[in-house]
Design a binder for this molecule. Structure first.
Ligand code: NAD
Length: 273
């Protein structure tokens, strides 16, 4: 019971990594609030959490809207009066898998045939403003809006833990995803700065940087891309949402009590620094 009676909030808790974190936190005795855009998915997670002694609930929110985030925290304050753990997990992935897969496959064919690589990404020069802004809004604005509200609750008790779900894309850059990589790297800078700011109030903030993980977000990758990435992963496979949840639990619990401003990267060895 590593999170006994702690009030925890997981954004994007309706699927994938967020759902796995919510399940893990509930098993460890936490009160669990899952937040996200789609009520049906959130209710599904709440049902999977079962009916323990602690509370489980869902709040519909769009993390990219400060008004929506503020309304969510008002509700949390009213229902629970405190927040012990925030996981900024909500996120979006590549918007145009068709183009991504086409480019990866064409480059793979050129590479295998030994011909000069003629297929270019051209993503950055062709990216419309709205695609860039949406990516930054969900990951970076969302992390800021939720962290700002969470700190207002956590500084009342002078305790708390925040975990930002970044990515290896934020550490190394991911081809085909400049906006995603920028957003995830931004989350790491934010994590480090806020860690310094709030450490004296006994609040820890860390990041988790997963590598490739099987979730609904990664379903659009072509099998050829999946095989190519597996060949680059020393452990020879993609990760599971449960393996990311284990890292989040470590940081959220007292086991991670001397960690702040850090990033833990469950990535099978694809990035070793
Ligand atoms: P997912 O699509 O299953 O989960 C993302 C969740 O965030 C969804 O439930 C979605 O509804 C929610 N969401 C999206 N926009 C939102 C918004 N504006 N407001 C509230 N909720 C919103 O994908 P996942 O793989 O579980 O992703 C979880 C996190 O892990 C993301 O931040 C993602 O970038 C990160 N990540 C994923 C991988 C991977 O390979 N799957 C790797 C590294 C990092």
């Amino acid at each position: 019971m590593k999170l006994k009676e702690r009030v925890t909030l997981v954004t994007g808790g309706g699927s994938g990594i967020g759902r796995a974190i919510a399940l893990r936190f509930a098993e460890e005795g936490a009160h669990v609030i899952v937040a996200g855009r789609t009520p049906a998915k959130l209710q599904d997670t709440v049902a999977a959490l079962g009916s323990g002694r602690t509370k489980r609930c869902a709040i519909q929110t769009d993390v990219s809207s400060s008004a929506s985030v503020r309304a969510m925290f008002t509700e949390i304050d009213r229902e629970f009066g405190r927040l012990d753990v925030l996981v900024n997990n909500a996120g979006i992935g590549i918007d145009d898998f068709e183009q991504f897969n086409r480019t990866v496959e064409a480059r793979g064919r050129e590479f295998a045939s030994g011909e000069p690589m003629r297929t270019r990404w051209n993503l950055t020069q062709e990216m419309p403003d709205d695609v860039w802004h949406r990516m930054i809004a969900v990951h970076l604005d969302g992390t800021f809006f939720c962290t700002r509200e969470a700190l207002r609750l956590m500084t009342r008790t002078n305790s708390g833990v925040i975990i930002n779900v970044s990515s290896t894309a934020g550490l190394t850059g991911q081809e085909g995803a400049p906006h995603y990589s920028a957003a995830k790297a931004g989350m790491l800078g934010f994590t480090r700065a806020v860690a310094r700011e709030v450490a004296s109030q006994n609040i820890r903030i860390n990041a988790v940087c997963p590598g490739f993980v099987d979730t609904p977000m990664s379903e659009g990758y072509a099998p050829a891309f999946k095989r190519a990435t597996m060949a680059r992963i020393p452990l020879g496979r993609w990760g599971t949402a449960d393996e990311v949840a284990a890292a989040a639990l470590f940081l959220a619990s007292d086991d991670g009590s001397y960690f702040t401003g850090q990033s833990l990267s469950p990535n099978g060895g694809i990035f070793i620094s």
